[in-house]
Structure formats: C-alpha cells, structure tokens
Design a protein around this ligand. Structure first.
Ligand SMILES: Nc1ncnc2c1ncn2[C@@H]1O[C@H](COP(=O)(O)OP(=O)(O)OP(=O)(O)O)[C@@H](O)[C@H]1O
Ligand SMILES: [Mg+2]
Length: 265
C-alpha cells in the first residue's frame, strides 16, 4: 500500500523559473511552475521537445538552481542549503536517471551501480546489488564495461544505479527511451512497484503514452509552463492530450492560455 498517511510532499515546486543565457539570447526554460509530488506517488512528465522537462527535473533534484522560485525536498528548501548539505541530500535521498546515462566507462556495470553508495561512504548489501541487477535483466553483465553494452543495456545500468540505494525520490529522464517494448514494460513495472510497495516517489519524463500510463498522474509541460494534468492516465487519454500539445507546440500558445495569463507572451 502507498504511504498516504504522511501529510508532507516529497517534492514541492513553487513558481519555479529558469532562464538560461544572457540578456540578448535568453531562453526561458521554465516559466513559473508550481506543483507537488506526494510521497509514494508516480508522476510522468510529458511535453514537446524543448518544453522544459529536463530542466524541471534538474531543478527539482537540486542538480540545477532555478533563477527564482522555491524547491522543497522533504520540506527542506534547497536554496537555503549549502553545497555540502545539498550533496548529502542528493546522495542520501535522491536517485537520478539522466537522459544521457552518465556511466563511467572505466568502471564495470556493478561498480557503476554501487558508485553513489560508495561515494556516500555506505557499503551496499551484497544481495541488494545482485537483486537490482537481476531486476533490470543485467545479472549476466555485471562485470562488463559500458562500452561493451548496448544503449538499452546502458540505460538499465543507470536505472539500477538509481534504484540500488532505495532513495526517497527517483527522478528519471526518459528512462525507457532506448528500450524495446517488453524491457521497457519490465522497467516501468519496477518503477511502479518502487512507488507502490516501497513508498518511493517517482518522477519520470517520457514521450511515450504507454510509459506514462504506468504513472498515477501525468503533468504536461508546454513552453516552460504546466499545460495540464491527467489522473489515472491510460495510453489513449495521454495520446489524446499529446495531440493537443503537439498543435500547441507548432502553432504557438493557445489563445485561451494567453488570456488566462493576462496576455504575457
Ligand atoms: N544549458 C542551457 N543553456 C541554454 N539553454 C538551455 C540549456 N539547457 C536547456 N536549454 C534550453 O531550455 C529549453 C528547455 O530545455 P529542456 O532540456 O528542459 O527541454 P526538454 O523538454 O527536456 O526537451 P527534450 O524532450 O528534447 O529532452 C530548451 O529551449 C533548451 O534549448
Ligand atoms: Mg530533455
């Protein structure tokens, strides 16, 4: 069962804005995002390329600093933490699966998976590492190096690395993008299990309506803003909404949104 007895959110974003670049070539990657991720929930984040999904994840995970706005992880305001405290929080409480897998080429699969724990000075339980490698289907590859693996296998190493320390929150940026349908389904079931059985909070970026349907909720981003939300998503309901967002991306902001924001853009 889900840990719904707790009133606190795992992650809360308030008016998060992220502007890249200098004055003459500024990019507004996030334009005032307010949302929350309850403990033990599984949320998918969708939206056109460039809509700010990775930026949202990086800011929410304390890997990047918003230009303004607030990010709370387990009630701790990230902007008020020094680098040491932030590093500790990321190591102890957060798992991250990057869009680029960020594996160290000189380390084996097993070493890559256990690296964050070792950096935190913790010794992984031996059984735990094998269990996770088995769950992602890489038990036979534990002594190989990333260059000896396929793209999808490397992606699964990155997922195992995020799962192994059983962090409170897992942020995953397109974790199944390089996987075949069946392997993807196994990984998604694993993530869903992590939220439902272990009470971990999962925030996953994906372009795939089927992947999103494994989540409890889908957040849609367009142009750096939240553009909708869907509870208990199905592949069909997500696909319908994506079609709408596709038009949104091609034709610029919908008139309705412009007026509701006071004609800001
Ligand atoms: N370091 C950076 N410097 C300048 N602009 C950036 C930087 N990182 C991202 N951007 C811009 O911010 C916007 C949002 O980027 P982001 O990577 O969050 O998009 P995304 O939704 O993850 O896209 P995709 O689906 O292609 O991964 C884009 O316009 C991108 O070009
Ligand atoms: Mg991205």
């Amino acid at each position: 069962m889900k840990d719904t007895g707790d009133i606190t959110d795992a992650v809360r974003l308030t008016a998060v804005r992220k502007v890249y670049g200098r004055r003459d070539n500024q990019v507004v990657a996030l334009d005032g995002v307010t949302t929350r991720f309850g403990r033990g929930t599984f949320t998918a984040i969708m939206g056109p390329s460039g809509s700010g999904k990775s930026t949202l994840l990086q800011c929410a995970a304390g890997l990047d600093q918003p230009t303004s706005g607030s990010v709370l992880i387990e009630e701790q305001e990230l902007s008020e933490m020094n680098e040491t405290a932030l590093t500790k929080l990321r190591r102890d409480r957060i798992g991250f699966v990057f869009q680029a897998f960020n594996l160290l080429p000189v380390l084996t699969v097993r070493q890559n998976v256990t690296l964050p724990l070792r950096l935190a000075g913790r010794k992984p339980a031996r059984g735990r590492v094998s269990t996770v490698l088995d769950q992602v289907g890489l038990a036979q590859r534990s002594n190989h190096r990333p260059a000896e693996l396929s793209g999808g296998q490397q992606q699964r190493v990155a997922i195992a690395r995020a799962l192994v320390s059983e962090p409170a929150v897992i942020f995953a940026d397109e974790p199944t993008g390089a996987l075949d349908t069946r392997t993807a389904r196994d990984i998604l079931a694993l993530l869903r299990h992590a939220s439902q059985a272990a009470g971990q909070t999962i925030v996953m970026v994906t372009h795939d309506p089927v992947a999103a349907s494994f989540a409890d909720r889908v957040l849609f981003l367009a142009d750096g803003r939240l553009a909708g939300e869907l509870d208990s998503p199905t592949p069909q309901s997500v696909a319908d909404r994506m079609t709408h967002l596709g038009a949104f991306a091609d034709d610029g902001p919908l008139p309705r949104l412009v007026t509701s924001r006071g004609g800001q853009r």
